[in-house]
Every structure is written in structure tokens, then in C-alpha cells.
Design a protein. Structure first.
Lengths: 179, 434
């Protein structure tokens, strides 16, 4: 059973890393480029892109939600560690169960709502005005990210805090507090 | 159960979750969504989660967030700060406590192109600390001035925390940036005057630094060029209405990239690290803002916020007493919460009160950033102090905290001045935007 869970979590990690890299390494430069060129076109040729607003909105969504599961994976969310770092045994387990439950509640609600939205958006065939991006696509992206986050919180709920290779800063911070 | 009781119970549960180490974003989101569910029903609650996550995540104003974070990260990886420090040191190094004043000016200059206080300390300290050691500076003054000066980066625009405040309160980010200029300069000057005065009385604390010829001083000024150019393009563009803060962020990133490319300082590793960090930090801040919005929606439904406003109005206390209470509140919260936590957690309660009392939201943005700055250097969290400790591990944490204590006092004096003279923050805004 443990081997299956480990294999699944390794697969999940790969997918989450890919999403994070896609958002950060592709979407952020694309967003920067379009914002900059748009300003230049407006002032130089009085002719900005018609589609820049919808493009930028989509890119932003991909950046923020693309990195959200990764931030969850590396325990990168802001928290008060003053007491937590001194918890041991049952208290630590309780704190982790609350942490996982809170995260799971939020991500599951978001996953359910976006899942409800997708068939409706497909049915009405809604798309952006200039680029024709179907409205269900970004919804689907958010759904996928919410599901990935839910899996991390489920893992946290049943298996406790995981030490990932790229979570050094969180662990360093925790260690720092124990000075 | 009546809505007020549910609101109070919700707030207690949220604080308990936060105290137990549940990430602040999820503590707020869960209590907000749960409370909404109890009061209005499941469907409206789940819709609140959707609206505040999905729709906020594609609001154009948010674009400034990842882009300004990226701009700071690119500057951090480009070693522009080395040039900045070198130039400032040549001009201020000969003053009593000149090397510490150089740290303050260096951090302020670095803040003008980044907005991250931790990055400011982590960048300036490795250059400044060995110099101050060489000239036998008092370790408390050396480490205290560096840790405190790092906080200036949050106040001097472009500031990521001002972007988040602007998004949350729907206050113009452009106005907030312009409002941060004079307070940033005044606070940096007050820090420098304190160092200068202290070292004038007791010269052994901060001996005079190396001598440079006028030729060397003037020759070093060109090194200020990149920082000055980026700052002027971003702030000047907003001030003169050439572009919006969101566009300024894009131009700023492109500007930094272009300047560092010309200087031959762009590396794939540095750029990649900057991009990945910008993505992660943006997601982290986004999550906490979403949580703040969800709890805000819940509190609105309960009517507790309007109740709080009426209660404060009925008390009939002077509005400056309320500000004094908020100062105390933020000092306490700063001791237990991260800067983002204390900002977003308190805004749903504090901001409506501030508006009702007639304070300008732009002024309050500057006020809250200074309170957050103080939290960065006060125990037991004081993240800048920990960063400083990592860079100078031989100096005990207690010594650094003692070193920053006078700067905390200077900052509190500044809060009083800012409250007494709000024009300090609002003058340029009124001049630029009418």
C-alpha cells in the first residue's frame, strides 16, 4: 500500500512541478512581453492589441493557480509557527489534521464549484471575444489545480508532513525558530 | 444562533486555527466559507469561494503582483546592488557612522527597485557587514541598522505589500506608490540622522570610513544610473499618467531585464530562479488575499463589521485614540504573525473603521506598511533580524534585537509624525492626481 501511495505522490509531484514551471517560466514572460509591447504599441502607433486584456487575464490565472499546488507541496503558505514548532506527539498530529482538513475543505469546495461550472460553460459555448478561448478551459485548469491541492491535503491528513527536496526553506525556517 | 454570535464564534475558531499553525489563508477561507454556509446556505457559500478565487485570480489589477515580485527578483540576481552600494559608500562613508548610513541609503535605493525587505538585507548586508567589521563598528549598531534599513524597501515604491493592500481595499495602487515616496525618504533620513547623531556623541561606535577623492566620488555616480533609470521610469510613468501601475510593472520588468542584459549580468540560472520564485510568492500572496476576501464576505453577512463601526462611533472616542489602539494592536500582532498575515487578517475589521473615521485610505496604506515594517524587526518573529543573524552568525540574536530597538523607536516617532502630518503621504498624490 505504502509503495502505491509513494508512486502516486511522486507522479503528483511531477505534475505539480510541471504546472509551476509552466506558469512561472512560460506564462510570466509571456505576460510581461504582452504588457510591455501593448504599452509601446499604444504610444508609438496608437494601436494596442485588442486581445491583450483577455490574454493577460488568462495568463494571470495560469500563473496564480499553476503555482498554488506547488506552494502547497513545499509548505509555502504563510502560517504562524510560533507555537507549531514546539508541538510534539498528539498535539502535532492534531495541528496537522486541522491544517489538512482546512486545506481540503477549501480546495474541495473550489473543485466542486469549478466542476459544476464546466458543463454549463460548454453548454452555452461561452468564449473570449478576441482570442476565442473557451470559458470552460480556464475553469478546467482551476479544477485540476484544486484537485491536485486536495490530494496533497489528503496525503497530509493520513500520512503527516512530508519532507520534499524543494521544501528546504520551510524546514530551515522551522529550524531557525528552534535556535 | 444570531449572526453576531456566529461571527464572534467564527473569529475565535479562526484565531485558534491560526495559533495551531494552520496556514492563515486556509484558516480564513474555511471559517469564512463555513460561516457563510451556516448563515446563507451551501450554494451561496461555495459560490463565494468560487468568486473570490477564480474571479479574483483573473482580475487585471493582480497582474502587478507577480510582475513587481519578478522585478525585485531580477534585481536581486543581477548584482545591481553592488554598484549601488559602492557609489553610496563613496559619498557617505566619511561621515560619523558613515558605513551604517551607507547601509540605510543602500537599502533605500535597493527598495526603489525591488520592494522586498528580506532581499534588501540579504543583498546589502554581505557587502556592508565586512566593511563595518573592518572599521570596528559597534556590532549592535552595524547589525541593527542593516536589519532595520531593510524594511525601507517595503515603503519605498514599488512595494509588493502596497500592491496587495491596494488590491484588497480597492485603493489606487498608483496613489499608494506615489504616497510612499516622501515617507520613505523621511524615514531613511531619520534612521541616518539617528546613526550620525549617535556616532557623533560616541565616535567609537561608528568610526569614519575610507577617504575617496572627488574624482572617484563623481566617477561612481554613473553606477546609480540603472537603479535611477528603472525607478524614474516606473514611478515617473505612474506619476505623469503615462501608464497604470500594472503596465508600470511590465515596463519595470522589461527595463530591469534590458539594463542587466546590457550590463552582461543576465544568466539563465538567475532568471529561472527569479521566475520560479515570482510564481511561488505570487501564489502564496494570492491565497492569503483570497482567504481575506472570503472571511470579509462572511463578516459582511453577519453585519459584525458595521456593528463594530457603530460601537466605536458610540464610544465617542477621539479618532486618534483609535489610531493609537491600532498601533498597539499591530505591535502585538507583529510579535506573533507574519507580515502578510497581520495585513490581510486585520483589514476586514480595521479598514471599514478607518474609512468611517474619515482617514484617507491612501494614508492608512502607508501607516499600515510602517507598522508591518516594525513587525519585521521586533521579537520574536522579526524575520529581518533572523536574516541578519544568518549573515552574521557570530552576533547573537539578542544583540541584534537590542541593536534594532532604537530604530523601532525612530519608526514609532515617524508614525506619530505621519499621523500628525498626513500631508507627508498625501501631498504628492494630490499634486499628481488632484
Amino acid at each position: 500500500m505504502q509503495a502505491v501511495v509513494d508512486a502516486l505522490i511522486a507522479l503528483l509531484d511531477r505534475g505539480v512541478d510541471l504546472l509551476h514551471r509552466f506558469g512561472a517560466l512560460i506564462c510570466i514572460p509571456a505576460l510581461t512581453l504582452v504588457v510591455t509591447v501593448d504599452v509601446a504599441l499604444r504610444y508609438l502607433f496608437n494601436s494596442p492589441f485588442d486581445w491583450s486584456v483577455e490574454f493577460n487575464e488568462t495568463m494571470l490565472l495560469l500563473i496564480l493557480f499553476g503555482s498554488l499546488p506547488y506552494t502547497t507541496k513545499v509548505n509555502g503558505h504563510i502560517r504562524m509557527e510560533l507555537l507549531y514548532r514546539h508541538f510534539h506527539g498528539g498535539m502535532l498530529r492534531l495541528a496537522n489534521v486541522l491544517w489538512a482538513s482546512a486545506g481540503l475543505f477549501f480546495s474541495a469546495l473550489l473543485a466542486v464549484r469549478t466542476a459544476q461550472q464546466i458543463p454549463f460553460l460548454i453548454k452555452i459555448n461561452k468564449a473570449t471575444e478576441f482570442l476565442g478561448i473557451p470559458a470552460w478551459a480556464p475553469n478546467g485548469f482551476v479544477f485540476v489545480c484544486s484537485v491536485l491541492m486536495s490530494f496533497y491535503f489528503l496525503h497530509l491528513l493520513f500520512y503527516g508532513v512530508r519532507k520534499t527536496a524543494d521544501a528546504e526553506d520551510w524546514e530551515a525556517r522551522m529550524a531557525e525558530g528552534e535556535d | 444562533m444570531d449572526p453576531t454570535t456566529i461571527a464572534i464564534a467564527g473569529i475565535v475558531v479562526m484565531l485558534a486555527l491560526i495559533a495551531l499553525g494552520v496556514p492563515i489563508a486556509f484558516s480564513m477561507a474555511v471559517v469564512g466559507a463555513g460561516g457563510y454556509w451556516m448563515l446563507v446556505g451551501f450554494k451561496p457559500a461555495i459560490t463565494q469561494v468560487y468568486i473570490n478565487s477564480y474571479q479574483k485570480g483573473s482580475e487585471l489589477v493582480f497582474i502587478a503582483l507577480p510582475l513587481f515580485i519578478l522585478m525585485g527578483q531580477l534585481v536581486y540576481h543581477s548584482r545591481i546592488a553592488v554598484d549601488l552600494y559602492d557609489c553610496v559608500q563613496k559619498w557617505f562613508g566619511r561621515l560619523p557612522g558613515g558605513l551604517a548610513i551607507t547601509s540605510v541609503a543602500g537599502c533605500a535605493g535597493f527598495g526603489a527597485v525591488t520592494g522586498s525587505s528580506v532581499a534588501a538585507v540579504a543583498t546589502i548586508a554581505p557587502m556592508s557587514m565586512p566593511e563595518m567589521r573592518r572599521y570596528k563598528y559597534d556590532v549592535r549598531l552595524a547589525t541593527g541598522s542593516l536589519a532595520s534599513a531593510g524594511t525601507l524597501a517595503m515603503l519605498i515604491p514599488p512595494s509588493v505589500i502596497l500592491v496587495a493592500y491596494g488590491i484588497w481595499t480597492e485603493t489606487s495602487i498608483g496613489h499608494l506608490f506615489i504616497a510612499g515616496v516622501i515617507p520613505g525618504i523621511v524615514l531613511a533620513t531619520m534612521y541616518s540622522l539617528y546613526i550620525w547623531g549617535r556616532c557623533l556623541i560616541n565616535p567609537e561606535m561608528g568610526p569614519i570610513g575610507p577617504r575617496y577623492t572627488w574624482g572617484e566620488k563623481i566617477g561612481s555616480l554613473y553606477k546609480l544610473g540603472p537603479v535611477l533609470a528603472i525607478f524614474l521610469i516606473v514611478l515617473g510613468g505612474i506619476y505623469f499618467g503615462v501608464f497604470t501601475p500594472t503596465e508600470a510593472a511590465g515596463i519595470g520588468v522589461s527595463g530591469v531585464f534590458f539594463v542587466t542584459l546590457v550590463m552582461g549580468r543576465v544568466t539563465w540560472e538567475g532568471t529561472k530562479a527569479a521566475l520560479l520564485d515570482a510564481g511561488r510568492t505570487s501564489a502564496m500572496i494570492f491565497a492569503i488575499i483570497v482567504g481575506g476576501h472570503i472571511i470579509g464576505a462572511f463578516l459582511n453577512v453577519t453585519g459584525v463589521t458595521t456593528g463594530l463601526i457603530s460601537w466605536i462611533a458610540d464610544l465617542g472616542v477621539n479618532k486618534y485614540v483609535v489610531i493609537a489602539i491600532f498601533v498597539a494592536l499591530y505591535l502585538v500582532l507583529g510579535a506573533i504573525l507574519d507580515v502578510w498575515g497581520m495585513l490581510i487578517l486585520t483589514l476586514p475589521f480595521v479598514f471599514p473603521v478607518i474609512v468611517e473615521l474619515g482617514f484617507d485610505p491612501v494614508w492608512f496604506g502607508i501607516f499600515i506598511v510602517i507598522m508591518v515594517e516594525i513587525a519585521l524587526i521586533t521579537p520574536p518573529i522579526g524575520i529581518n533580524v533572523y536574516v541578519m543573524h544568518n549573515l552574521a552568525p557570530d552576533v547573537p540574536l539578542t544583540e541584534i534585537f537590542k541593536g534594532v530597538a532604537p530604530f523601532v523607536v525612530v519608526s514609532l516617532i515617524f508614525v506619530v509624525l505621519l499621523t500628525a502630518f498626513p500631508q507627508m503621504a498625501l501631498f504628492l498624490v494630490e499634486l499628481a492626481f488632484g
